[in-house]
Design a protein around this ligand. Structure first.
Ligand code: AMP
Ligand code: ZN
Length: 115
């Protein structure tokens, strides 16, 4: 989508600190980190939110996202201490960018419940 900031990151039209990329997904540092490690993992394909995933996305895109997450959790040394994966969906879910993304947060004790 031409006016989507995450599509622009995928296309290299706006800068991001990309920490992982393959054919289907990109991971980069969140611009406003809420923890020592705060990455966003996104599909290259524009999917607006979790409610817009189709059967093929669930079979093909989501596994790639989670493969990237497990790889990055190890790379950023979070596998023993733990971490959190967050997907905000829709207005009340706190979603502010309408291109599905998974936050990977770690490097400090995280609190529960979220606000
Ligand atoms: P959410 O509130 O779940 O939709 O998360 C959107 C996230 O995108 C927020 O944590 C923002 O800090 C982050 N964000 C917005 N613009 C950028 C950008 N240009 N580069 C990196 N992260 C961004
Ligand atoms: Zn997009």
């Amino acid at each position: 989508m031409s006016d989507c900031i995450f599509c622009k990151i995928v296309k290299g039209e706006i800068p991001a600190n990309i920490v992982y990329e393959n054919e289907m997904v990109v991971a980069f540092n969140d611009i406003s980190p809420q923890a020592p490690v705060h990455l966003l993992i996104i599909p290259k394909k524009h999917i607006s939110s979790a409610v817009d995933l189709n059967q093929q996305d669930i079979k093909e895109v989501i596994p790639e996202i989670f493969l990237a997450i497990t790889k990055l959790a190890k790379e950023f040394k979070l596998e023993d201490s733990g971490f959190r994966i967050v997907n905000n969906c829709g207005r009340e879910g706190g979603q502010t960018v309408d291109h599905i993304h998974f936050h990977l947060l770690g490097g400090r004790q995280l609190q529960w419940p979220p606000g």
